[in-house]
Write a protein that binds this ligand. Structure first.
Ligand SMILES: N[C@H](CCC[C@H](N)C(=O)O)C(=O)O
Length: 274
C-alpha cells in the first residue's frame, strides 16, 4: 500500500505527517509502524509521527506518537507543524481548533509563516517548585509542571558546554526515577536575562536529546517566571532555533499561554508499506 507523507520540523524537532482521514493506516500495527518510519538511516527518520484525523469536536484531530511508538498526550512543536500541514493542504483557514489527547487546542498561522498555538491555563497549585531528588546520594533540585506532557525543569549556570552523551546519561536517571510514575521530559535551563532563556531537552519517548521541545520551552518559561522573575514574552533559544512564549500570570494561574516559532515543510514523499 502506498502511503503519502510530509516531513516537517519546528526548530529541528522533526515529524512525519500523515493525513489519515481516509484510514490509510488501518492495516498497520501503529506502534511498530511508527518505530519503523521514525528510524533514521533505515527509513524516513523523525522524532515523532503525527496523524491528522477527522474530529466531531474541532476542525480536525491530531494524534502524536514518539519515535519509540508511544502515544504522547500533546506535542507543542508537533502541533505547530500539524497546524501548518492542515493549512497548506486546504483543510483549515489560518485560525483553527484541533482535538488532541489533552483536549481541544487552537492555532494561528501568523503573517510571517510562523505558527502559534495556545495552551490551556496552568494552575500554579499544580506546579511543583523546589523539589529534591536523591540520585544515589547526589541531590538534584528541580521544578515540575504538566504542560500538555510532564516536564521537569532544572536551572544551570551554563548549559551549552555540557556534552550530549553526559547530558543524556544524567537526564535518563531523572526520566526513569521512581518519582515520576509516568516518566518525564527533562529540561535544563540557563536564564540569560529577564526575557531570554537557553534550554536543552531530553525527551521521554524519543529517549534522546532533541533539538527543540515546544512544551518544554513553555514549561521552562512558566517556571522561570515563578522562580527567576522572568517576564512575558520570553524568547527561548533551543539547539534548533528560537521559540517565543507569551503568558499572563496572577497568584493562582498562568493563562493566555502562547507558543510560536517556525514550522517548516522539508519534503513530501511516499513509500510502499510492505
Ligand atoms: N517535542 C514535543 C514534546 C513531546 C512530548 C513527548 N516527548 C512525551 O513526553 O510524550 C514538544 O514540542 O512539545
Amino acid at each position: 500500500m502506498k502511503i503519502n507523507f510530509t516531513k516537517m520540523h519546528g526548530c529541528g524537532n522533526d515529524f512525519i505527517m500523515i493525513d489519515n482521514r481516509k484510514n490509510v493506516l488501518q492495516h498497520v500495527v501503529l506502534k511498530s509502524f511508527v518505530q519503523m518510519v521514525c528510524r533514521r538511516k533505515f527509513h524516513i527518520g523523525a522524532n515523532g509521527l503525527m496523524l491528522l484525523e477527522d474530529s466531531n469536536k474541532a476542525d480536525f484531530s491530531m494524534r502524536y506518537f514518539n519515535s519509540d511508538g508511544s502515544e504522547g498526550e500533546m506535542c507543542g512543536n508537533g502541533a505547530r507543524c500539524m497546524a501548518k500541514f492542515a493549512y497548506i493542504n486546504g483543510i483549515v483557514d489560518k485560525e483553527m481548533a484541533f482535538e488532541t489527547v489533552d483536549g481541544v487546542y487552537q492555532a494561528t498561522i501568523l503573517n510571517n509563516g510562523h505558527v502559534q498555538i495556545y495552551f490551556p491555563t496552568v494552575f500554579i497549585r499544580n506546579i511543583k517548585l523546589a523539589q529534591t531528588l536523591d540520585m544515589n546520594g547526589n541531590e538534584e533540585h528541580f521544578h515540575y509542571a504538566t504542560v500538555g506532557v510532564p516536564h521537569t525543569v532544572i536551572f544551570k549556570q551554563k548549559i551549552v558546554e555540557e556534552k550530549e552523551e553526559a547530558f543524556i546519561q544524567w537526564a535518563r536517571k531523572i526520566r526513569y526515577s521512581n518519582y515520576f510514575p509516568k516518566g518525564t521530559n527533562v529540561n535544563i535551563v540557563e536564564v540569560k536575562n529577564k526575557s531570554e532563556l537557553i534550554i536543552r531537552t531530553y525527551e521521554r519517548g524519543v529517549e534522546e536529546e532533541t533539538l527543540a521541545c515546544g512544551s518544554g520551552a513553555t514549561a521552562s518559561a512558566i517556571i522561570s517566571a515563578l522562580v527567576q522573575s522572568t517576564t512575558s514574552p520570553v524568547s527561548v533559544q533551543t539547539k534548533g532555533g528560537v521559540l517565543t512564549i507569551g503568558f499572563q500570570m496572577d497568584n493562582e494561574k498562568v493563562s493566555s499561554i502562547t507558543l510560536s516559532g517556525e514550522a517548516e515543510v522539508v519534503f513530501t514523499g511516499s513509500f510502499m508499506d510492505k
